[in-house]
Design a protein around this ligand. Structure first.
Ligand code: C2O
Ligand code: CU
Length: 474
């Protein structure tokens, strides 16, 4: 029986775009008001188009201390080329797949139109070997982002497919050096080549694939050379499948100016910051030291077994120290007053035997494969422009860096204690048996991924979707 036009109209009035799926409380209205214009809702493209080409293909690279490492690379290099675009400009990237398998490119942390998000079987069809796909969008936020495949990523990212995307401010702050350090690790076998056993049982049961060689920009001997008095913007990015880094600069005391691309409300000292897979950290380094010095930068995630990351060498000095106000003066809502905002969704993280890999990592008992996102309803429906409080409960003993596509959030609570992070994130690390609350006001409609950035966990099911519904009248 076909429904009458009239009953359709009634249905539309009840469930259509104009209806309000979320009863907004006065508190929640206040939290939204506090956000103000901290996140741009729209951006007006200025008409300039930056064009790039990326070719994903097998390549022999000089990486991880090996002169002929057989990797997969964008344009023959690991990391791939750094793409730069200025706020207001439109990025157009032609991606050609010369890999022996399908791929896509995802723009981690960038708020893009949903169709440009690079998630296979959700926002686009996979790019087949020999095929090309053109991504085009105008970023809404300046900052440090990255791109990587979103198909079989536990293998493709591990083999070397990733690169940095920098969205520059309209007027970039006058640093003497703008430096990128991409942190990664590699698991090399006896033959000093990439161990081709991916998604092993051990990796799946633990915190993903942790390698035996740690690199910065693909190197084991990266050195940054500067002069005393100079000012450096250092962009750190963790592209590892599972490893968490805690970068430590010894006597140098950097300030954090941006997390996950976005500037802070105020600069803060770098203390113990866990740079989980996917996270970025922009540091402001003032080289106010004697004219020559050398600093070792180490990873102290495991204090007993620190990893050497890189060195900073200071040689010579500039006449006049570069002084300007730190760019970390962004509007970030304090959201101190969220307590009576109701929890819109509680999400349990656990594992069970089963699934294509033998172990299934799950959100609320459901594991996705890359192919079946549409077979599952979205884990939650969000309303554009409304405040949502989400609770993640880790029922496992493993680490889960949880990443949301298409939106930034603030961490509100960790293990029952409210936290005051003066910044947004797109990825937050949840430790063994922890519970966290995040607050988010999404502005970009579409069906967005939410997943663990331990790529083996994601591959084994720890993926889901959020549907952001437009509140605008149809
Ligand atoms: Cu860095 Cu869903 O990705
Ligand atoms: Cu995980």
């Amino acid at each position: 029986m076909r429904p009458s036009v009239r009953s359709l109209a009634v249905l539309f009035a009840l469930f259509g775009c104009r209806s309000d799926p979320k009863d907004r409380t006065p508190i929640e209205e206040r939290l939204v008001a506090e956000l103000g214009d901290a996140l741009a809702r729209e951006i007006k493209p200025n008409g300039h188009i930056r064009e790039y080409e990326l070719v994903a293909a097998p390549a022999e690279v000089n990486v991880a201390g090996e002169s002929k490492l057989r990797a997969w690379a964008y344009n023959g290099s690991v990391p791939g080329p750094t793409l730069r675009v200025r706020l207001g400009e439109t990025l157009r990237v032609k991606v050609t797949n010369q890999l022996p398998q399908e791929t896509t490119v995802h723009w981690h942390g960038v708020r893009v139109p949903n169709a440009m998000d690079g998630v296979p079987y959700l926002t686009q069809a996979p790019i087949k070997p020999g095929e090309t796909f053109v991504y085009e969008y105008t970023p809404k936020d300046a900052g440090t982002y990255w791109y990587h495949p979103h198909l079989r990523s536990s293998e493709q990212v591990e083999r070397g497919l990733y690169g940095v995307l920098i969205v520059e401010d309209e007027a970039p702050p006058p640093y003497d050096h703008d430096v990128i350090w991409v942190l990664d690790d590699w698991r090399l076998g006896q033959d000093r080549q990439i161990d081709p056993r991916f998604n092993t049982r051990g990796d799946l049961m633990h915190d993903g694939r942790w390698g035996n060689v740690v690199t910065v920009n693909g190197r084991t001997d990266e050195v940054l050379k500067v002069r005393a008095g100079e000012r450096v913007r250092l962009r750190l990015l963790n592209t590892a499948n599972g490893r968490v880094f805690v970068p430590s600069f010894g006597e140098l005391s950097p300030k954090i100016i941006a997390v996950d691309g976005k500037y802070l409300a105020r600069p803060i000292e770098l203390e113990r910051f866990e740079l989980a897979p996917g996270n970025r950290l922009d540091l402001d380094l003032e080289m106010n030291v004697s004219s020559s010095a050398r600093f070792e930068v180490r990873d102290l995630f495991s204090e007993r077994r620190p990893n050497r990351l890189a060195a900073i060498e200071i040689d010579g000095l500039v006449e006049k120290a570069n002084t300007f106000a730190s760019p970390a003066r962004a509007r970030v809502p304090a959201w101190q007053d969220f307590d009576s905002a109701k929890i819109d969704k509680e999400i349990n993280l656990d594992a069970a035997a089963g699934g294509p890999l033998g172990i299934a990592w799950r959100f609320n008992g459901v594991a996705h494969t890359a192919h079946d996102h549409h077979a599952h309803p979205p884990l939650m429906v969000m309303e554009e422009g409304a405040f949502h409080r989400l609770r993640f409960v880790n029922k496992s003993f493993r680490l889960h860096p949880i990443h949301l596509h298409g939106m930034f959030f603030r961490l509100l609570v960790r293990n029952g204690r409210s936290v005051d992070e003066p910044f947004f994130r797109d990825t937050v690390l949840i430790h063994a048996e922890e519970t966290i609350d995040i607050g988010v006001v999404p502005f970009d409609a579409g069906r967005w991924m939410m997943h663990c950035h331990v790529l083996e966990h994601a591959e084994a099911g720890m993926m889901s979707t959020f549907e952001v519904r437009s509140s605008r009248a149809p």
